[in-house]
Structures are given as C-alpha cells and as structure tokens.
Design a protein around this ligand. Structure first.
Ligand code: PLP
Length: 396
C-alpha cells in the first residue's frame, strides 16, 4: 500500500515540528519561552463565552453550509466600520482561515496552475497548494529591504500563462510587512491586466502600527470581482481554538463553486459560530486597545533583538511577527542547540526557523521568526535568550 503522491510531497509544519524536543527540555526542568507559534496569551473577550452560555437550543443542529445568519450579519456590520459593503451571499463561514484557504485553492486551482506567493510566507500555504495540485511561484523578498514586494517589476517578472492568482498576506506573516492602499491598487491593476484572482489573507487586518491605516483589498471596488478575502477570529480576537473564519467575495461564480465544497463538509460548528458573532460585534475601541498592546510587545522584542551582533531586520509595521537574519549558517541547528544544550538560569527559548517559509531552496537558513504573543517582559527575556544562546553557540 502506498500513500498519495500529494501527501508524500507535503512537509510537516516547521512551526510545530520541534515541539517534541521543546517538550523534552521542559520535562528536564527547563523553562522554554515559546516564541515559535502565533498563539496569543491575550484573553479571549468574555462576550464569546457569554454568547455560548446563553445559547439555549435543545438540539445542536447542523448549521447552514454557508454559516449562520447571525454571524454573517455581524461580519457585514464589522466590514461596514471600514466602509466596505457586503451582503450575506458574499460571506461564507469556514472553520478558520485555514479552511477558507483550502476551499479557495480547491475552487480556483487546476493541476499545474501557478499561484504567486511573496516569500517568506505563512508556511501552511505549501499544504493548501499541494492539496489543490497547484504550484506556488515565489516573489522573493529580502530582510535588507523589509521584505517589500509590491512593485510592478518584481511581480510581473514571475507571471506566466499558467498564473492563476496572487496571494497577499497583509499584514504579513512572517514578515510583518503591511501593504498600503496604493500598493493594493497596484497589485489590483496587475491582476486585472493578467486576469488573476487576488487571494487577500487579511487575518491580521487590525494589527497595523505607527499610525498605519487599516487596509483591505475589499476597499477597491474596481477589482471586486477578482478579490477573495480570507478572514478569521483566531488572531484578532485571540480565539484560535474557536476555529471560525470566513471567505468574503463579490464574485458570484466563485461563491457558487465554494458552496459545492461547503455543502460536502456540511457546516462549521454551530456553537463556535454563536460565540464568533459576539466577537465581530465588539466596538472599535477593542481594536485600539489590542493594537496598543501588540505595538508595545513589538517594540520590546525589536529593541532586544537589535542588540544581537550582526542582526539584520527592519522594524515591521504589522501583524505579530518579526523575521530577522542572523550570522548563523543553519538556524535549525541553532534551535536544536538552544533546546538541548543551552540554558541561562534554567531558561531557554524557542523560535521558528524561517527555511520552511520559503519555496526557493536554501533561502531562509539564516533567518528566524518570532511571534510577539507574550507580554513585554517575557518578549524581552525571550529575545535576550536568543542573544545569549547565540554567544554560547558561537563559542561552542
Ligand atoms: C497568514 C495566516 N493565514 C491564515 C492562518 C490560519 O489561521 P486560522 O485557521 O486559525 O484562522 C494563519 C495562522 O497562523 C496565518 O498566519
């Protein structure tokens, strides 16, 4: 018996694959600062559980395949805050942004189709593309340039007759790069000229700092038919385990195709949708508070990381990740050292080696990503442990 070629081609998540080694370090008595995964420590707003507690049905029935209307309506009102106008038929509820992306790829990609992907990128796109038989084509970016990719030259250089879509994660994971509305317009013009879909992964939409405006491809009416927005409650509302997200699009054909897949998987858990509806109705002040909290964490982590000799990093403008380049040949080997040999006062740190965030072989070996999902004190300590660990690694 043999497994499918598809699954044989897939990789394990570079974010999760070192977990057993970190677990062993903990069993050996070390404290490990987890800067490897985007799991915030911020409390999920109480309205999530309150809404679930007051849900009083005798039967937890299947929901509509496109989602419950209470949640769709809450999402419609949420987008209105930013001047975007959607109807229920434009919103499909999914099990997190992950299912939104899987279903989107399955709906628009044929075997061998190419999808433009600025690299480094959220590593699970490898899985989404492989599942659908698509090929990710990199738009390579650099730490020295703040991982900037939104130029006509860079994007058009990799477009071929097989290109079907461009994926834009903004604010970006793992780079923290935030697209301006002008950059989105430029990408929109390119997409129009080459007849491409835009997969706009905006799960970090509000995480934009230093006075940057919240931007969305949904603000551009002229390309509304080719924009597919992916959204999620995971990060914005610190509700990763709720597994609720959505796809938002004004392209009726696309939404009809998506519905065939959605009906095949029946529905998203009803109770989680009830909680998510309450989250989407939080007032604008919630986003301001959250932004301030994360901005403080970014500053703390960035300041400490910049103390590492040889570090290359431009201060990221959004999301909750920082990717840096260090004078290290093999980041996975350095991480193994941190988890198995190094400690400072019984403590060590874990990050995500960036190689798995690239398509181009060999790139990212000297880069790492941290998620600033812990409080400022822990972020400083985590970044300090990377610096101290690097000193010890170099003197090994
Ligand atoms: C850019 C991006 N898109 C999508 C997801 C998927 O998130 P979820 O399925 O929890 O909504 C993540 C999770 O880290 C992400 O970083």
């Amino acid at each position: 018996m043999e497994l499918s070629k598809r699954v044989q081609e897939m990789q394990f998540s570079p974010i999760r694959k070192f977990n057993p080694i970190a677990q062993k370090a903990k069993e050996d008595g070390k404290k490990v600062y987890h800067l490897n995964i985007g799991q915030p420590d911020v409390e999920t707003p109480a309205c999530f559980m309150e809404a679930i507690r007051s849900f009083d049905e005798k039967v937890i029935a299947y929901a509509e395949s496109g989602g419950i209307t209470v949640l769709q309506d809450a999402i419609i009102d949420y987008f209105k805050m930013y001047g975007m106008d959607y109807k229920r038929e434009n919103i499909m509820i999914t099990s997190g942004g992950s299912e939104a992306l899987t279903m989107t790829f399955l709906s628009i990609i044929n075997e061998g189709d190419e999808i433009l992907m600025p690299e480094p990128f959220y590593t699970n796109y490898h899985t989404f593309a492989t599942e659908a038989g698509g090929k990710l084509v990199p738009i390579t970016t650099k730490a020295e340039e703040g991982y900037h990719y939104a130029t006509k030259e860079k994007i058009e250089a990799v477009i071929t007759p097989k290109t079907k879509a461009i994926c834009c994660i903004s604010p970006g994971n793992p780079t923290g790069n935030v697209l301006t509305l002008d950059e989105m317009k430029l990408i929109g013009e390119i997409a129009k000229e080459h007849d491409l879909y835009i997969i706009a992964d905006e799960v970090y939409r509000e995480f934009a700092y230093d006075g940057r405006k919240v931007t969305s491809f949904g603000m551009l009416d002229e390309i509304a038919d080719r924009v597919i927005i992916v959204d999620s409650v995971s990060k914005r509302f610190s509700a990763c385990g709720a597994r609720v997200g959505c796809v938002v699009s004004k392209n009726a054909d696309f939404m009809e195709g998506m519905m065939k897949i959605a009906q095949g998987r029946l529905c998203v858990p009803t109770v989680d949708q009830i909680g998510a509806a309450a989250l989407y109705r939080l007032p604008a002040s919630y986003y301001d508070e959250m932004r301030e909290e994360y901005c403080g964490r970014r500053d703390a982590a960035y300041e400490e990381l910049m103390k590492i000799p040889g570090v290359i990093c431009q201060k990221p403008g959004g999301s909750f990740y920082i990717t840096v380049k260090l004078p290290v040949d093999d980041m996975e080997d350095f991480l193994m050292f941190l988890l198995t040999e190094f400690e400072d006062n019984g403590e060590t740190v874990m990050f995500a080696p960036a190689e798995g965030f690239y398509i181009t072989p060999g790139l990212g070996k000297d880069e790492l990503r941290i998620a600033y999902v812990l409080n400022q004190k822990d972020m400083r300590r985590g970044a300090e442990l990377i610096r101290l660990g690097l000193e010890a690694y170099k003197n090994k």
